[in-house]
Ligand binder design. Structure first.
Ligand code: SAM
Length: 487
């Protein structure tokens, strides 16, 4: 190619600068503002908190000042009301459905030094990434567990794990067809990247792009991420802006609780981030994840002085539920069974089950021994026992992926959620997919349990036409083995 002349060079250089500026983005987390809110919140009187709670009870969401006041309040009567309202919102908006998923770790190569993560570049272990045959083997095992929705996970390493490798994984997964269907939605949790790479992910048909900010407290972030591209706080913070620019309107945020000194600061950071996205793109987080720091090979949990205890964590989950009633909330197997059961009542709408956090972890039993999980999980039950116990506790495990497949992402999903139509859309989809699950993976006892749930829940579908359609489809699933119905 010919060299550009001097004039062209200037234009090209300007474009590069523009591109860099865009990639650098702006820091919209105002630390002094959040700290000021939390300081003020300590002086809010009981009567005022009561009024905030009255507002929350009407599903109106909360502003920053109100969220801060609820977070710092420790009075037992306020806490009880916070839990009651969170439970009410959960039941009213999401019903008793719980969406199921599993993580799939494809590569543990990483150039970053996140001090809490066992994939960090300073931790010495034999690293690997899955071949496409291995990806398919892992997916076969996940499919046998009944999963239809995966979260693809990887460390950051442009050399060993470039975007083309991630795209190959996604294509391999979507390309698999099983007797009982397919993986219908691949969410992606890979490191912050460029607009161009987000565009490629969008074209590959990903579900939600998930990225945890880890901590919104910049000095803490800087200390815990001393090397690699992830050390740039603003680059990480503005990843969703680039994702939007690349056409991804379905994003999920989160922080890793236990890193920053003040977990309430993190909740307000999440809120500011969500509002930034709402203001700019008309749609905030589709989901918020609430991971808590776990033990991991190569790191010592004792070196993290700000672990969040169960009581504070429970309050945080409930306050997030109240603050953003229409945002899905995700809880992983980082939490133990007791906490998971408790938090499902207070706002969690999606959980993982049967998870492995290591590359090749699902086929490990069959193939290999050496293992380096990213962190140690605290709920080691099999997927089927989690699903079965959820039903015993009155929940409806759901394998629904309908929104994604009907193009109901971004603001279209929010419109559905806010219109109260979840009952007429998500509930029938949950019942139909659970019915499929029971036929494909359940024994007689399991099927009876599911039949009882369907009998109990079908009358809850408000729209008569949809109710009838659901009954007819469940019958087809049982009798003729037809699959993949959704509204
Ligand atoms: N490498 C990508 C990145 O840097 O964003 C993808 C994320 S990684 C596969 C998934 C998440 O696991 C991280 O964002 C982090 O919050 C979480 N994680 C890492 N170490 C952890 C630990 N010790 N306990 C709990 N969660 C941890």
């Amino acid at each position: 190619m010919d060299e550009p002349d001097a004039g062209e060079k200037t234009v090209a250089a300007e474009n590069v600068c523009e591109e860099e500026k865009k990639n650098a983005g702006e820091n919209f987390i105002n630390r002094e503002y959040i700290e000021g809110l939390l300081k003020e919140a300590r002086n809010v009187d009981d009567g005022t908190i009561g009024r905030y709670l009255d507002k929350a009870e009407n599903f109106e969401g909360l502003n920053h000042r109100e969220i801060a006041a609820l977070l710092v309040s420790d009075a037992p009567e306020h806490l009880q009301r916070i839990f009651d309202i969170a439970g009410k919102i959960k039941r009213r908006i999401y019903g008793n459905r719980i969406v199921m998923f599993a993580p799939l770790y494809v590569s543990d190569y990483c150039v970053n030094r996140c001090r809490y993560c066992s994939f960090n570049n300073g931790h010495s272990f034999t690293r690997r990434k899955l071949s496409m045959d291995e990806v398919r083997e892992e997916v076969k095992i996940l499919e046998k567990m009944g999963h239809k929705r995966l979260a693809l996970e990887a460390g950051e390493h442009d050399g060993e794990c470039p975007i083309d490798y991630i795209l190959d994984c996604i294509h391999s997964i979507y390309g698999m067809k099983f007797e009982n269907g397919a993986i219908r939605r691949v969410n992606v949790n890979i490191a912050a990247t460029t607009v161009e790479n987000y565009r490629k992910l969008k074209e590959a048909g990903i579900g939600t792009y998930i990225l945890f900010q880890e901590t919104y407290h910049e000095p803490t972030y800087t200390r815990l991420h001393p090397a690699g591209p992830k050390k740039d706080f603003v680059r990480h913070l503005t990843a969703f802006d680039r994702a939007q620019e690349g056409g991804i309107d379905d994003v999920g945020g989160g922080v890793l609780f236990g890193l920053a000194a003040d977990p309430y600061f993190e909740v307000l950071g999440l809120m500011l981030h969500n509002e930034h996205l709402e203001e700019r793109y008309n749609v905030g987080f589709h989901t918020i994840s609430v991971p808590r720091l776990c033990s991991a090979p190569g790191m010592n949990l004792g070196e993290f002085p700000h672990l969040v205890d169960d009581a504070v964590f429970t309050k945080i989950v409930a306050v997030i539920r109240i603050a953003v009633p229409f945002t899905g909330m995700i809880l992983s197997t980082r939490e133990n069974r007791v906490m998971r059961n408790k938090l499902l009542q207070l706002g969690i709408s999606q959980i993982s089950a049967g998870s492995s956090t290591e590359v090749g972890g699902y086929m490990k039993g069959e193939r290999r021994e050496a293992a380096n999980p990213q962190f140690l999980v605290n709920d080691e039950r099999s997927a089927v026992s989690i699903i079965s116990e959820l039903m015993d506790d009155g929940h409806i495990p759901s394998f629904c992926t309908a929104c994604y497949r009907s193009g109901r992402t971004g603001d279209r999903f929010m419109i559905l959620a806010k219109s109260g139509q979840i009952r007429n859309v998500c509930l029938p989809n949950a019942l139909m997919t659970l019915s499929e699950y029971s036929m494909d993976y359940g024994d007689d006892v399991f099927r009876e349990k599911v039949a009882a749930i369907i009998d109990r829940e079908v009358p809850e579908i408000a729209d008569e036409r949809i109710r009838r359609r659901t009954i007819a489809n469940v019958e087809k699933i049982r009798a003729s083995g037809e699959r993949d119905f959704f509204v």
